[in-house]
Design a binder for this molecule. Structure first.
Ligand code: PLP
Length: 453
């Protein structure tokens, strides 16, 4: 293509010329640019397109805008912070808000997850946790523990660490071998045993014991950490089998392996608690977060760290750095201000309590789609639902792609898709009436629109 011409920001219209230069990730570029889904503004539960049409946000943006959109207390905090302190380094310096935020998170986190490290995304958080695990073992004289155990159908972002332990083939196969010495637990989904389960399935707890098999295969002394999402989100919402996470914790303890929970999706209310670790009664050694910490307003991610891991890095000469890791924007003041205001809003509006209060209604309404000729399975947990659709023969992913297109253009709902699954995870301020609108009106209309493909 030629360089774009006649660019006039004051009268921006979605012409082919204006849409060309943005190389979009995780998007088929040509199809998008032919029929773009453009969002111009947002408020509370809704997005608005360029003509002002309201579109119900069925996925909290990308699982991140948990407090709803453009909430005034968060907007005010961001604006005030931008005018007061735009940036301050957190290598060798600091600023008050990031310490305030770290203390708040330590108070909210279960067990002795007493320390917070900050970065800018979930991918960075996953890679940070993995690096911490390696450095921790090395510092204890167990530097041979370099192997990571992820899980099939896991998603840990797009860094080289994250794609190595993740279990999504398309995210891995294009990018070489990435980290060596990684193995994967089996995923926990079995449609025959679990179809149409609300919450955690009864079947599948035994799959945690696969870790024992890996210990036999590799020897525990080579394994640094196991990393799992408490609920796999991006590969189609796979709630953990009952007791599965507790069993993983026991096995990790038995073999001196660190347990990392990737809570990028599950933290900040999605499952009714600040961290899903609390819901499941399991304290991991390292816990990653991002997305909901600022309700998606300003990029921020981080890792909660248990006391014994932090302590392991202490005790060297006073002027010597303990952890050779960090990002220019670690603890950015505007992200810190946004996070503090967001966490306060979650508390003030009792948004996590809203999730717990609505969880059964949400699950029941979602299950009302059982019996639709396209629906093969439905799974729910907290304020999350997944609807598996029958794929079009020979064209996997086509039905979901069309469902997303039609949802946006014709049925005023924004959804997230993966394979032929629709994933729903709206902002936590949702009302029972909006839940009914999703499952009785919008999603049925979307499903009917993709019946014949
Ligand atoms: C569990 C999990 N980890 C990591 C990530 C990556 O986060 P980011 O896109 O902010 O890098 C995601 C994103 O969806 C996620 O769901």
């Amino acid at each position: 293509m030629n360089k774009p011409t006649n660019i006039d920001a004051t009268s921006w219209e979605p012409t082919p010329n204006n849409l060309e230069s943005f190389f979009m990730g995780f998007t088929p570029n040509a199809a998008f640019k032919k029929r773009p889904r453009l969002i111009a503004r947002a408020q509370d539960m809704h997005y608005y397109d360029m003509k002002g049409r309201a579109i119900l946000d069925g996925s909290a943006g990308l699982w991140c805008c948990n407090a709803g959109h453009c909430r005034q207390p968060i907007v005010d905090a961001i604006q005030k912070q931008a005018a007061e302190l735009d940036f301050a380094p957190t290598f060798q310096y600091g600023h008050p808000k990031i310490f305030e935020l770290a203390n708040k998170l330590a108070t909210l986190a279960p067990g002795d997850l007493n320390y917070a490290f900050f970065c800018n995304s979930g991918s960075e958080a996953a890679d940070t946790a993995m690096k911490m695990a390696l450095a921790y073992h090395r510092s204890r004289g167990e530097g041979q523990r370099q192997r990571f155990i992820g899980r099939e159908r896991g998603y840990h972002g797009v860094g080289f660490g994250g794609i190595s332990v993740g279990g999504m083939v398309a995210n891995r196969k294009w990018f070489g071998n990435a980290l060596a010495g990684v193995d994967h637990l089996p995923h926990t989904y079995n449609r025959k045993e679990q179809a149409f389960t609300k919450g955690e399935p009864d079947w599948g707890t035994h799959l945690a014991d696969e870790l024992e098999r890996m210990v036999v295969l590799h020897d525990a002394s080579t394994i640094a950490a196991v990393i799992v999402e408490p609920m796999a989100g991006s590969t189609g919402v796979l709630p953990p089998p009952k007791g599965y996470l507790k069993r993983l914790r026991e096995l990790c303890d038995k073999h001196g392996i660190l347990l990392i929970f990737d809570e990028v999706i599950t933290a900040f209310g999605r499952l009714g608690h600040t961290f899903a670790a609390e819901r499941f009664g399991v304290v991991p050694d390292l816990l990653t977060f991002a997305k909901g910490v600022t309700s998606g307003t300003v990029p921020m991610g981080g890792v909660m760290v248990r006391q014994h891991i932090y302590d392991q890095f202490q005790g060297g000469a006073e002027h010597v750095i303990e952890l050779f890791h960090g990002y220019t924007y670690t603890g950015h003041p505007i992200a810190a201000a946004a996070a503090l205001a967001t966490i306060e809003l979650y508390k003030e509006e009792k948004l996590y309590e809203n999730v717990l209060a609505l969880e059964n209604t949400w699950a029941d309404e979602a299950m009302s789609l059982k019996g639709h000729p396209l629906v093969e399975d439905i799974r729910t947990l907290g304020l999350v639902a997944a609807i598996d659709m029958k794929p079009v023969e020979g064209k996997p992913g086509l039905r979901a792609y069309k469902a997303m297109e039609n949802g946006f253009h014709d049925h005023d709902i924004l959804i997230r898709i993966t394979g032929d699954t629709i994933a729903l995870s709206p902002p936590l301020m949702i009302t029972p009436a909006q839940i009914a609108e999703i499952f009785h009106k919008k999603i049925p209309a979307v499903l009917d629109s993709v019946m014949k493909l």
